[in-house]
Write a protein that binds this ligand. Structure first.
Ligand code: MN
Ligand code: MN
Length: 455
């Protein structure tokens, strides 16, 4: 019996074979992540992988039976993976794993194009919690869709191929930043100055044209995509950091990438539903809009999750209320790993640590646990037992010290449906930065946690 609790380092505990599995798992993750920068990209990737794993399109009108594997893509931005098991769904409920696949970024404004001092720009409105100064002077890629009149949809992705150009937001040179450097960090770069340069070559022929660079860029866009300036009003386009996930460290123990929050949880939950041999009915959800409050048709506050559960219940002629009441959920989202460079923002005894496994957070929230579902002791006990039984490395901690800040997850929205829910995720360093850091040991631990949960 261990009288005292000590957090375990997964890398220290793992033998050679386990280490190999940890590193191999992260290769699949990096590949997924590079093609999943936005919720649309992630949903598309998940759909493809689901099809490869024998999943078929879902219909709210169908009668599901044991052994069925279904995917439901909600408006291209939110996907449900459904695996129907042999167990009685009324008694056993559904095992639900939810992660979000939207990440902080720079959305385009509805009228984004302008020319100034010989350069053409796109104006942005940031999405989610960012430190604005981090988005200047880095390579940016443009992702999203534009609707042309008549319902024609154009997909746009520029800046990810080696041959592609990237886009760029300027910063002020230090030589002239005497005034800027006296400002508080949150005010050093203004939201309205996050304008990305998209061109510098003027159109020729019309001497009167005061916006000849804008004319030339719009001509290019029209040739390539058939769009005109007004079409931006019916678009969802955003700038994300260009480039790929990279291993970090001589030992390659870590991965830096854009959008670990929260694809680092989405990928293991998806892999777990693919790989699980469980008799239970399992649903994995990739949610949208978490970074801005989980509202709307594709966020976790939408009723769609209930509609999916109702369809499962109706298939077996059982009461959906009973199914929900007996269901269990893992809200898989990242948490802040302890960072010695910013030690005063953490409470060391109650922080999660990189390399120490899946992070279980009984509660999240801010200012006295506000906006937290606060999982009950009984459910925490249940989660501990299933993880320990399967040798899952896990740890528990809060997001930072008290009253330093805080943050919420989708956990409360699932819990509000009467479903036991707890946050289980991966500790991240530099969360919400354009390039975040996670440990390969931790993402693999979350995969094992998800497998144990489905079992
Ligand atoms: Mn998150
Ligand atoms: Mn986040």
């Amino acid at each position: 019996m261990d009288l005292k609790y000590t957090r375990k380092n997964v890398y220290k505990e793992a033998d050679g074979a386990e280490l190999e599995k940890i590193y191999a798992f992260s290769e699949g993750y990096k590949k997924f992540l590079d093609g999943a920068k936005t919720e649309r990209d992630a949903s598309e990737q998940a759909k493809k992988l689901a099809e490869e794993n024998g999943f078929k399109p879902f219909s709210f009108s169908e009668k599901l039976k044991a052994g069925d594997k279904r995917y439901f893509v909600n408006r291209g931005k939110n996907i449900f993976l459904i695996k129907v098991g042999k167990k009685d769904v009324a008694k056993d409920g559904v095992r639900i794993m939810v992660a979000h696949v939207d990440s902080p970024r720079l959305d385009l404004k509805p009228n984004p194009v302008f020319e100034e001092a010989g350069l053409c720009y796109l104006k942005t409105h940031y999405y989610g919690g960012i430190k604005k100064y981090q988005w200047t002077s880095i390579p940016l890629a443009l992702h999203g869709v534009v609707m042309l009149p008549g319902g024609v949809k154009k997909d746009i992705c520029v800046g990810e191929d080696d041959e592609d150009p990237v886009f760029y937001i300027t910063d002020l040179l230090p030589h002239l930043a005497a005034e800027q450097s006296t400002k508080p960090m949150g005010k050093a770069v203004d939201g309205e100055s996050l304008n990305a340069i998209i061109g510098g070559l003027p159109a020729v022929g019309d001497e009167e044209d005061k916006e000849s660079v804008k004319t030339a860029v719009l001509t290019l866009l029209n040739k390539k995509y058939g769009i005109t300036e007004v079409d931006f009003q019916c678009s969802e386009l955003c700038f994300v950091p260009a480039g790929k996930a990279r291993d970090v460290g001589f030992d390659k123990a870590l991965i830096a990438a854009y959008g670990h929050d929260d694809k680092v949880c989405a990928y293991p939950e998806m892999k777990a539903i693919f790989d699980s041999k469980s008799d239970r009915t399992v649903v994995a959800v990739f949610a949208d809009k978490e970074e801005v409050g989980s509202n709307g048709t594709t966020g976790m506050q939408s009723k769609v999750i209930c509609d999916v559960i109702d369809t499962i219940a109706n298939s077996f002629g059982v009461n959906p209320i009973e199914v929900r009441y007996n269901s269990k959920c893992i809200s898989a989202d990242v948490t802040a790993g302890y960072d010695p460079a910013y030690a005063s923002s953490f409470e060391k005894r109650n922080s999660t640590f990189i390399n120490c496994g899946a992070a279980v957070s009984k509660y999240t929230g801010a200012r006295g646990k506000s906006s937290s579902n606060d999982a009950d002791a009984e459910y925490m006990g249940y989660i501990r037992d299933i993880f320990d039984k399967d040798g899952v490395f896990w740890q528990t901690g809060e997001l930072g010290a008290i009253d330093i800040g805080g943050g919420g997850t989708v956990a409360m929205f699932i819990a509000n449906l009467g479903i036991d829910t707890v946050d289980v995720g991966v500790p991240v360093l530099s969360m919400h930065a354009p390039y975040e850091l996670i440990s390969k040991a931790d993402i693999y631990s979350l995969y094992k946690a998800c497998l144990a949960f489905c079992k």
